[in-house]
Write a protein that binds this ligand. Structure first.
Ligand code: MN
Length: 363
């Protein structure tokens, strides 16, 4: 009996599809900021409390109520707060490496006080380096960059590169007077290009969540987290930032990938048909800039893979979104088998390995 079981396991192991994830998350310890900052600053760092109806997030005097979902806790993978167990989760699921975004750290850029934002971002990056990246080499985080002052952003990007970070994180939602296509960010793009750090946006970040309670609300709200990722790319391309910095690479994580070549066509149309109004002029068509510099990650979308076959846009990464509800924990192999059923192995290797390694070359 034992022999028969182990044979089945061996066979499963042999057929396992190994993948890299361009969209995972770290779960910060509750004392991350209190342990690392003076009480004066730590008291104003992001923290969340469980209210009766909502999870309440406090950020420097601001308060954000979020829907409370008890079942989310029940569905957390075993390793969500323990690094060693997490590595076992990865082995079982067939995930080799993870780009792991923050969880609570997503709120850092909501802080308006520049001094506090710098301190909180630095503490998060120190924690990620010491407690996660310093202890293994399969899970790595993008550094959080303080954004209130661009000179602080440049300084932290430089410090992060020096520490060994391989990417920078940015929130999708941003005030209009600080939009991602504006020249105020130019020193940061120059630094990131020189430091060879890809810019990683994660959907659902930066702005207050849209909450629509009418018909289809759950799906409508899910989609409302997706559009801002498209806006980021539109501004970076149309505003000329990516054209001026051809070695910069950009990832939009968790928002699917099928839309990327489609908005390239759409932007070309605007660039051509409204040509007399277009400023700045670009040295390449928007669609070319997108094909050369923009990457996107998906979890379940069949179209994300079809788009590679049909349009040859191939900067597509897969992501497990571990340990989140939208992710693939517990059914990663089933998902990968479904998504890549009948797909050319060259395309499968590009999505699961090639695009990831191009964006995050191992040193
Ligand atoms: Mn995610």
């Amino acid at each position: 009996m034992t022999k028969a079981i182990s044979t089945v396991q061996d066979q499963q192991e042999e057929e396992k599809i190994w993948a890299n994830s361009g969209d995972s998350h770290l779960m910060e310890p509750e004392d991350l900021w209190t342990a690392r900052l003076s009480k004066r600053l730590a008291d104003r760092a992001p923290r969340s409390e469980r209210g009766e109806k909502y999870e309440i997030v406090y950020i420097d005097g601001m308060q954000i109520d979020r829907q409370l979902n008890d079942f989310m806790d029940a569905m957390r993978p075993p390793g969500f707060k323990d690094l060693n167990i997490r590595l076992q989760d990865l082995d079982r699921e067939g995930v080799r490496n993870q780009l792991a975004f923050p969880s609570m750290g997503f709120w850092v850029n909501n802080i308006r006080d520049p001094e506090l934002e710098v301190a909180v971002a630095r503490a998060w990056n120190d924690w990620a380096m010491e407690d996660i990246m310093g202890k293994q080499d399969r899970i790595f985080a993008p550094a959080i960059v303080p954004l209130q002052k661009v000179e602080d952003a440049v300084a932290e990007a430089e410090r992060a590169a020096e520490m060994g970070f391989r990417a920078l994180y940015f929130p999708c939602g941003i005030d209009d007077d600080r939009a991602w296509g504006l020249d105020i960010w130019e020193p940061l793009w120059t630094a990131a290009e020189e430091l060879k750090l890809p810019l990683c946006w994660h959907i659902g970040t930066g702005a207050a969540n849209v909450v629509y309670r009418g018909p289809g609300g759950a799906v409508v709200n899910y989609m409302e987290t997706t559009y801002p990722g498209m806006r980021v790319i539109t501004h970076l391309v149309a505003g000329g930032a990516l054209d001026r910095h051809p070695d910069l690479k950009v990832l939009v994580a968790e928002g699917g990938a099928g839309w990327v070549p489609a908005i390239g066509d759409r932007m070309d149309e605007g660039y051509r048909q409204h040509g007399m109004f277009v400023r700045p002029r670009l040295s390449r068509l928007p669609s070319e800039i997108i094909r050369q510099q923009v990457y996107a990650s998906f979890q379940h979308d069949i179209s994300a893979v079809q788009v590679i076959e049909d349009t040859n846009y191939n900067n597509v990464l897969w992501g497990d979104d571990y340990p989140h509800l939208e992710g693939t924990y517990g059914h990663t192999q089933e998902t990968l088998r479904t998504v890549f059923d009948g797909v050319d192995t060259k395309i499968r290797d590009r999505v699961l390995h090639g695009a990831f390694e191009e964006l995050f070359p191992s040193v």
